[in-house]
Ligand binder design. Structure first.
Ligand code: ADP
Ligand code: CP
Length: 312
């Protein structure tokens, strides 16, 4: 039977570790990721694609800063919008071409999406969202000589700049997205977690931050009553003692176990932590099925053979 499936794809799946993020690399990576998603579309499921923008929005910020003396730099909300347009374009073009090759006749479109955040969100005072390239200690030291940035060591992959990442509380374009889904259109939405905006007396205003796409995806998935939320990332399964000789991959964990592991420090704030919290959010908002896995394992994870399923 046809299902409504939200697929949250990490920005690090589109620019992979060690890559500079050239256009060719991103097109290639999207193409390589597309197969399992197209299988779901071909089987008649209604698919929502959300995507990260951490590497891309950080790179766009660097370009803006470097060119600021010639062309005025934009704040992060506008850069988030740029990455939604840029990545949405690439995803919908690559997918459309693959659909032509595979003779799948389903429309696909990108929705520029705003996510409302609270002005009072404590995240504004405590940046946690890694964006842009990974730096070695030497590269970081060089940057810090001229610029005061907040940074974090990101899961053994190097240092990254961090920015504020408030929680999304409302998806502004929800009704438009639902209208597209009702017509069985594959929708690319909430890119980069949505463009962060605050709302006052019904008026929206952009704010300088990068939302975590996993939270926005969980919120959206709950609001559109998705049957499944798949959080797709660089690992097949969530682990405890990740990256150590004691690493233990998990096929299933309850919310209670997840909270305990989080407390014990198994899920870092800038990487796996938000995915776990997002999975819990989806369940608490009435969602039934949420799995964290890698895109190449999507089919096996749908059949319960791999991935990490979080349950109430
Ligand atoms: N406990 C853990 N289990 C599995 N992966 C982990 C864990 N802790 C950190 N990670 C790392 O976090 C990464 C996912 O975070 P990140 O790359 O920031 O996400 P995204 O795919 O959304 O860009 C994984 O690929 C893995 O390298
Ligand atoms: N905005 C966001 O969550 O991006 P990543 O998935 O690339 O970290």
């Amino acid at each position: 039977m046809s299902k409504k499936i939200v697929l949250a794809i990490g920005g690090n799946a589109i620019i992979k570790e060690g890559q500079k993020g050239t256009l060719e690399e991103q097109i290639q990576n999207i193409g390589e990721s597309s197969g399992p998603v197209l299988d779901l579309i071909e089987e008649g499921n209604t698919v929502v694609i959300t995507h990260g923008n951490g590497p891309q929005v950080g790179n766009t910020l660097i370009k803006n800063q470097m060119a600021d003396s010639v062309v005025p730099a934009y704040p992060l909300d506008v850069l988030d919008a740029e990455t939604q347009g840029n990545l949405g374009y690439l995803i919908q073009q690559v997918f459309k071409n693959k659909m032509v090759e595979r003779n799948i006749n389903r429309p696909i479109a990108t929705v520029v999406t705003q996510s409302v955040v609270s002005k009072e969100d404590p995240a504004f005072a405590n940046p946690t969202k890694p964006i842009g390239p990974f730096y070695t200690q030497e590269e970081l030291d060089k940057i810090l000589e001229t610029e005061k940035i907040s940074y974090v060591e990101d899961s053994g992959r190097g240092y990254r700049r961090v920015v504020a990442s408030p929680k999304p509380v409302k998806i502004v374009e929800k009704e438009a997205i639902e209208a597209l889904l009702d017509k069985e259109i594959t929708v690319i939405t909430a890119g980069g977690g949505g463009i962060p905006v605050t709302e006052e007396n019904g008026m929206l205003k952009g704010t300088d931050a990068v939302i975590d796409k996993d939270f926005a995806s969980a919120l959206l998935a709950a609001e559109v009553k998705a049957d499944y939320l798949f959080i797709l990332t660089g690992v097949e399964q969530v682990a405890i003692h990740f990256g150590t000789p004691q690493q233990q991959n998990l096929l299933e964990m309850t919310v209670e176990e997840a909270l305990r592991y989080m407390e014990e420090g198994h899920f870092p704030k800038g990487s796996m932590g938000p995915k776990i919290e997002a999975a819990i959010l989806f369940l608490q908002k009435g969602g039934q099925n949420v799995v964290i896995t890698s895109i190449d394992k999507l089919k096996d994870a749908l059949e319960g053979k791999t991935g990490t399923r979080v349950t109430l």
